[in-house]
Design a protein around this ligand. Structure first.
Ligand code: FE2
Ligand code: FE2
Length: 143
């Protein structure tokens, strides 16, 4: 159920990104600005659910260090930085830059999400921890 909830949340984040990209390519900057904030918030909240709740719980069993969770966190910070730069490009009404960053965002995020859905979340489902409780804690995360 963690896997299902988080996979679904990936889709919801994608669904917030698609109309933003559309607004940028149309040069509709008011629309782009108003779509950017909810998109960014959804992404940051998703990352926080993983970094503040799910990953620390998993690390209790898998250990920290240089493993797959470390890689996921590094990718989060890469993606966060791209999202920030996209916000700046939107503020500057620079469509070429915003669309270029958007493309990088999509590629990184698709690859990242695929690894989580196929590996990390699957591992989480197999660990002997209280999944229901962890999922509730994840749902309470705010950014
Ligand atoms: Fe992630
Ligand atoms: Fe994720």
């Amino acid at each position: 159920m963690i896997k299902e909830y988080m996979t679904n949340d990936h889709r919801e984040c994608d669904n917030l990104y698609a109309p933003l990209e559309d607004a940028i390519s149309r040069g509709d900057w008011d629309e782009a600005l108003s779509l950017y904030m909810p998109f960014k918030e959804a992404m940051l909240r998703h990352f926080a659910m993983e970094e503040e709740v799910l990953f620390p719980e998993m690390e209790k069993f898998m250990g920290g260090g240089e493993g797959p969770i470390h890689v996921m966190k590094m990718e989060h910070s890469q993606i966060r930085s791209i999202i920030e730069q996209m916000g700046e490009a939107i503020n500057d009404k620079n469509s070429q830059k915003a669309l270029g960053l958007g493309e990088t965002f999509m590629i990184l995020t698709q690859q990242h999400n695929m690894k989580e859905e196929q590996v990390l979340y699957t591992m989480a489902e197999q660990l002997p921890f209280e999944k229901g409780e962890i999922l509730e804690k994840m749902k309470e995360v705010k950014v």
